[in-house]
Structure formats: structure tokens, C-alpha cells
Design a protein around this ligand. Sequence first.
Ligand code: GDP
Length: 424
Amino acid sequence: MVKAIVGANWGDEGKGKITDMMAKEADIIVRFQGGANAGHTIVNDYGKFALHTLPSGVFYNHTTSIIGNGVALNIPVLFEEIQSIVDRGVPKPKILVSDRAQMVMSYHVLFDRYEEERLGGKSFGSTKSGIAPFYSDKYAKIGFQVSELFDEEALKEKVARICETKNITLEHLYHKPLLEPDKLMEELRSYRKMVEPYVCDTSAYLWNAIKEGKNILLEGQLGSLKDPDHGIYPMVTSSSTLAAYGAIGAGIPPYEIGKIITVCKAYSSAVGAGAFVSEIFGEEADELRRRGGDGGEFGATTGRPRRVGWFDAVASKYGCRIQGTTDVAFTVLDVLGYLDELPVCVGYEIDGEVTTEFPPTVMLEKAKPVLETLPGWKCDIRGIRKYEDLPENCRKYIEFIEEKIGFPITMVSNGPGRDDIIYR
Ligand code: GDP
């Protein structure tokens, strides 16, 4: 059975924790999109980790971790990450890298930085990990697949050709130092050495694993609202964040994805720019940010303070629908125990009309939140393992939201740890 674990919101919903938890019963965990731009924070017996490229299943001995063809693979970052977990006592994980995955080149990171500089105040708030330039090149058909590292002559010829085009932009648009083909070749040779032991046809590997009845998890990065087609374009990421893309980015048949577990956070948080209807500010926001997540709402990659807001039922209903949700994992609920009242955004008012359908960006920017307020439960719910043991107002909050989003909440996460979970 293949299960996808994806985000309903803007990212940071706690997919890493849910994946780490579900990996206990899994054989293979696959990353199928995105790169080292976002991070997953995981707390387990080995400590607290921020992973950017490795799938969140690397902490178990019995799992195989796969970097699928859809990933933006930054080879040195991947190897630093492997080293950093091994240094902290985690057994060396079994990793396979798709021969069709494309590589983030050092110039992608530079172009990302230069473009943000050029845009100044109008920038996208990129994490400057090279993701947008990487995917632009992939679809402009000037990217490099891992498999290309193994043909030195063809690689040399392509590197020379790519440097020529890149240098025109570097010279005339950005006024920055030019790329040197020899240096780039050196870099690619070092990548070859690092990645060689792990490269294989991961799609064929997964095909066989599916036939053998293995349990496979597809781990998404970011969330529905950052999807380039269905999200808040252009303030989105550059690869699809949807479960459907899991089939493409892992190279498996779409009909094999039997469960789609959409991770949905009990309040809203977002990094970067873009419309955020239920956003809150000032003291109220500072308090939620400080208490949020596990040790505050600050980006796992950049350390930037996250924007926070009340639960947005309009965005989350849409976020769950567009994922094709079979199960909702409702996370970070424990954080809300301090509130006397919990406002929930149940509609958007746009040009005087109220809607519960999530609109495209131009309309979204005009939307004002319609709030409904529920009573708080005013206690700490961490450590509770049975749904019936949750305070009544807490259950009411969950059930209210379940009704508004229209998908079953089958898991409630009430703490960052592996065991902080309530099944319904
Ligand atoms: P991801 O990108 O979706 O994996 O999310 P992140 O790892 O960026 O953010 C989730 C943050 O919330 C991390 O710091 C987690 O340790 C933490 N977290 C996950 N689930 C829970 C929960 O139920 N309660 C609390 N308090 N923290 C959680």
C-alpha cells in the first residue's frame, strides 16, 4: 500500500512528525518534490532534527529512504545532512537516489540570491536555496540529471554550453562574476563521487516493492496553498506539493496511492509573502508565535519568524479537497490550550459577499475573514492518548473544524513527539 503524507496549508503543518511516526510501519519513504528550501522538524529518541532533503524515515533501521526523480537534489546538502545525523548517533540510513533526479547546481543558488536582490522589496521571500532557478531550468530543458554525471565527455560539452547562456545573464542583468566551465566540471566530479553509491532506477525499485506488497510512504513538502497550480500563485513554490504529483515525482502508478493523509494544523502559520486572510498581528500574534510549534514558530531553514493566524476553514477545506484527502491529521492542537476563546475563519468576505470557496489570488487579496468564536479549554492536553479524555471544548473545536472542512480527522497530534498522537 502506498500512502501519501502531504500538507493542507502553507507548509509547516507537522508532516515530518507524522511521517516519522508512520515510518515505524513502513518499508520505504520517498521524497517526491521540492528541495532543501523547506524543512521538517522531528523530535525522537535521538534528539531534535531539522531535515531538509532526507525523508523523515531515516531514523529507523528497517526503512529505505528514496530521493525521487521529482526532487531538486542538492548533493552536498544531502551528504552533509547524512553526516550530521550519523554524527549524532543515528545508524547510517539506507538511501537510494533516482538516476533521473535533477541536481541543484551552485549557480542556481547564486541566481536565486541575485534575483531576490534585483527584485528588492518586490521579492518572493525565497529561501535562496536555488529552487526556482532549478525548476525553471528543468522545464527549459537545460537541467542536469544525476545520470549525466557518468558520461564525462557529454557532460563537459553541456557544461560549456550552459555556462555560455548563464554568463550572458550574469554579465548583463546581474553584473556578477561569470561561471567558469572548468570549475563547474570539478564541482560535478565531486558530486559524482558523493552520489555514485546510491544511484539507481528508483522507479523500477518501487514497482517491484509495490508488487511485493511493501508499505510505502510518499512525503510531501510544503502544502496545498504553495502548489504552483492550485496555490496562491505567484507566492508559491516551484514544484507541485500535491499527493497526485507523488506518482510522478516517485515514478509510480497513480492508482497505487491508496491513502492520502493530509496534515492540517490547528491554527495557521506561513513563511514568506502572499495573501493570508486569517493572519493576526501585534501582541496576540507574538504570543501564538512564541508558544507555537515546538519552541516557537520560526522557519526550519531560515529561522525567520513565521506569520501566524487563526484556523482558516476556507483555506483548509480547499487544501484538503485539492489533495484528495482520505484522512486528516490535525496537528499542534496542544499549543492552543492557553486561549480563552478560539476564533475560526469560517468564510471570506469579498466585495460584500461571503464565500466558503477558496478563490484565486486576485480575489484572495481582497478577502476579509468572517470569524466564529469557540470557547477555549484552558488546560494542557499533552500526554492525553484517548479522544474521550480530551476536554469537551477541545473536542468541540475538533468536531467544528471537521464539519467545516468536510474530511474526517482520524488523527489528532498533541505534541511534537512520536507518541503524541490520538487516533479516532
Ligand atoms: P513540516 O514541514 O510539515 O514537517 O513541519 P515543521 O517541521 O516545519 O513544523 C512543525 C513544527 O511543529 C515542528 O517544530 C514540530 O516539532 C512541531 N510539531 C509537530 N506536531 C506537533 C504537535 O502536535 N504539537 C506541537 N506542540 N508541536 C508539533
